[in-house]
Design a protein. Structure first.
Length: 320
């Protein structure tokens, strides 16, 4: 069987997304059953290569691999061989000789995971590359939504914030539209990507317009260093025009859910009342992140079907 990579959600069919979400729903049952470990990926090696700082994503993949029984190896890529001039292709070949089964990579350059994938036998997972995509974040967002709705058909999702620099926004746009949802985006002109009008989305002029009748609202992390580059005048003014607050929630549907990829800049992209309010599923997203990444690891190694079969290994849990 040819290896499978997860480099993005653009072009990924509904059937595959559904299968991964179905797997994640079952993985979550294992995750919530207590401190457990299953042997589904016993003997597999998962290498974590994070060229950018990460806490949630890297620890989530690490936990997911270990729960499934795989060996999880975190490579200290920033201070070591990269500074000695080792290229991504060199690294990929080295990991092949180390018998890597899966490589999880986050990189500041768009396309870096694709380059790795072309030069390794291991399956590659994009954990965020440049301004391109962050597919597992979108998948965990979709799992969180599906748990509430059951279906994406005719659901409206508003994505508000720094669309231009957000790989999370791009993966959500491709994934949600593939699943049948309608996506509306809203951002300052300086933070709206060129060619946004070619995306399968509606572009709103104001945050209240974006939120009108929305079933879900996703806030995006504001990179505060953008202010120094003149992309918005101040945090307070940004929040006034693009921050999620009660007026935005009031414009949406009664049971709207509020989401955010984290970490949250309270008072910038979203106020504290909205973060901690009854509509917020931000903490639930963290749990779902582990479940989704478990499902993705199983899918790429060809083990997800085995896991989903009745009376499969998923029932055979053992203490860590």
């Amino acid at each position: 069987m040819s290896k499978i990579d997860l480099l993005g959600l653009e072009g990924v069919p509904q059937e595959i997304i559904t299968k991964i979400l179905d797997g994640a729903a079952e993985m979550k049952k294992v995750l919530l059953s207590g401190k457990k470990k299953i042997s589904l990926l016993e003997g597999k090696s998962v290498f974590l290569m994070f060229y950018e700082p990460s806490t949630r994503t890297s620890s989530s993949f690490d936990e997911a691999a270990k729960i499934l029984g795989a060996n999880a190896i975190s490579l200290a890529v920033s201070p070591s061989s990269v500074k000695k001039g080792e290229t991504l292709i060199d690294t990929a070949k080295t990991l092949d000789y180390m018998q890597a089964d899966i490589i999880v990579i986050r990189h500041s350059v768009s396309g870096a995971p694709e380059l790795i994938a072309k030069h390794t036998k291991a399956s590659v997972i994009n954990a965020g590359d440049g301004l391109h995509e962050h597919p597992t974040q979108a998948l965990l967002d979709m799992l969180t939504m599906r748990e509430r709705w059951g279906t994406f058909k005719d659901k409206k999702v508003a994505i508000i914030g720094d669309i231009k620099h957000s790989r999370v926004a791009r993966s959500n746009i491709w994934g949600l539209t593939a699943m049948g949802a309608k996506v509306t985006i809203c951002a300052p002109a300086t933070l709206m990507p060129a060619g946004a009008d070619t995306f399968p989305v509606t572009i709103a002029r104001t945050k209240d317009e974006a939120a009108l009748d929305a079933d879900a609202i996703i806030g995006l992390r504001l990179q505060l260093e953008r202010q120094d580059k003149g992309m918005f005048p101040s945090v307070s003014e940004y929040h006034r025009f693009y921050g999620i607050e009660q007026s935005v929630i009031d414009a949406a549907k009664k049971n709207v859910i509020i989401m955010h990829p984290g970490p949250v800049n309270r008072g910038a992209e979203i106020d504290s009342n909205s973060v901690d309010g009854v509509h917020s599923l931000i903490n639930e997203q963290v749990t779902n992140g582990v479940a989704v990444r478990m499902s993705v690891l199983a899918y790429l190694t060809g083990k997800l079907d085995e896991f989903l079969k009745p009376n499969s290994q998923k029932r055979k849990v053992m203490p860590l």
